[in-house]
Design a protein. Sequence first.
Length: 188
Amino acid sequence: MSTYFGNGTRLKGLADAHVPGVEVTAGSLGHGLSVGVGLALGAKMNKTQQMCYALVGDGELNEGTIWEASLFAAQFKLDNLVVIVDVNGFQAMGMTDEVISLGNIEAKFRAFDFEVVSIGGRDEAAIDRAYRDFKASKNGKPKALITKTGKGVSFMEHDNIFWHRGLIRRPTKPLLWNWESAHERRIF
């Protein structure tokens, strides 16, 4: 962690295939969904039962490649694709609504002919239910799981630029207190 976000490190702040367990380098926002669409198409062509999942942030929805991939997914009836949208209201440079307002995200995905479910992002039972329902649904529609989340750490919630850009350099006592408190309540 001491080299996080530094020159030459494997932990660059964005997905990098050089990190064990990460399959695709996806530094440019929006491209991860395009890769997921390609994997879902390949699974369909190979007649597998494989589901493909792509996690995107609400700020990432500002990228045109997200909507191009969504058009493609609907056109080719990729009902084995699940796009998980982390709606936390922030992106790198500030609040999502202040940078580029997205309006009704659910309506946008529905307009692109997706099957859409919206849930609280920390509701594990709802997440499991959505995944089961999506896997069982063979309606020719790609899926979008809209999750309303936050950072999960109270003192980090409204200081996005600081926490987005680097390793924690402020005193960590509040972080540890939050972690221990959450652990005691069995959130993790």
